[in-house]
Design a protein around this ligand. Structure first.
Ligand code: PPS
Length: 303
């Protein structure tokens, strides 16, 4: 894998983005592929992984732009599908193992079940833009859920995440990161097109927001259950809502990503942990009023 990452052959359709000196992992190179920012690892391993994907009617796919509440919605979906209402979930197995990523196959650092070996119903996570989902997601009748979040909070959360993870080791300032976000050069961007692509499909994609998971999680859990045809009692919905609050998920080794500190996915914990703050509005600590207005004007031009 290391040798492959160093290789310089770039297939057609992959446009290298300018090298960002703030990304201090020298092996990380970003490309634009069919309108989406992806890394060399996607080019070398991801493309083939999506091509080999064979959708099943019972598949459930949780999609998002990074840092929008993916893990939160995944844990809710897992519990709804498996009717798990206790404090722990998934028999202690990590979320990435029981809810693997479509975008990349398993690596030494990320232990995921191979998709073709999973029993149905398969629960699958993706950050791919809607137009890049494999055709069989659509033809199989798989169910797709999408979560989005106030883009200012996404940007703040992503900044800390990119500083924390080894594959990026971002060392720029928040302002530099925000400019990169707006230029559409952060991994899995561009943000606005990502969100718009899924929201345009809201007639068959269940679109939820991070903020509504905060405000009224019982209702959100019930919406998920209804969409997935997995009826729950009111008591079950309330238990799932309770066990998926921030403090409980932070304590749950099945979904708090603490194991990344052992697998070296996390380079430093100075930025906090994966379950960092879990708040609505942390952006106020990072944007001035004028910066927020300009950022939201940019967002609202497209979505
Ligand atoms: S990833 O890497 O894209 O899958 O990240 P993602 O899960 O989308 O986003 C991580 C942020 O979601 C917060 N989070 C939660 N907030 C509130 N309640 C619960 N239960 C919860 N679970 C995860 C997590 O803390 C990250 O946000 P920040 O703002 O960085 O704290």
């Amino acid at each position: 894998m290391l040798a492959a990452l160093k290789s310089t052959v770039i297939p057609d359709g992959w446009l290298p983005l300018p090298v960002d000196p703030n990304t201090t992992n020298p092996l990380t190179r970003a490309y634009r592929y069919r309108g989406m920012v992806l890394l060399r690892v996607h080019m070398l391993c991801g493309l083939q992984h999506w091509a080999q994907f064979r959708g099943r009617p019972s598949d459930v796919i949780v999609a998002s732009f990074p840092k929008s509440g993916t893990t939160w919605l995944q844990e809710i979906v897992w519990r709804v599908v498996h009717r798990e209402t206790g404090a722990q979930s998934g028999g202690g197995r990590t979320l990435e193992y029981r809810f693997p990523l479509l975008d990349l196959p398993a690596t030494a650092r990320i232990a995921m079940t191979p998709l073709h070996e999973m029993e149905s119903p398969r629960l699958i996570k993706t950050h791919l833009m809607y137009h890049l989902l494999p055709e069989s997601v659509h033809t199989s009748g798989a169910k797709v859920l999408y979560v989005s979040r106030d883009p200012r909070d996404v940007c703040v959360s992503y900044y800390h995440f990119q500083r924390m993870v080894d594959y990026e080791r971002y060392r720029g300032t928040f302002a530099e990161f925000r400019d990169k976000f707006v230029r559409g050069e952060v991994m899995n961007g561009p943000y606005r097109e990502h969100v718009r692509g899924y929201r345009e499909q809201a007639d068959h994609v269940l679109c939820l927001t991070y903020e509504e998971l905060h405000e009224d999680r019982v209702t959100a859990v019930r919406r998920v259950a209804e969409f997935l045809d997995k009826p729950l009692t009111q008591e079950e919905a309330e238990a799932i809502a309770r066990h998926t609050d921030f403090e409980n998920m932070k304590k749950n080794p099945g979904c708090n990503f603490k194991h990344w500190e052992q697998t070296r996915m996390v380079k430093t914990t100075d930025e906090g942990t994966f379950m960092r703050k879990g708040q609505v509005g942390d952006w106020r600590n990072y944007f001035t009023e004028e910066e927020s207005d300009a950022f939201m004007k940019w967002v609202n031009e497209l979505i």
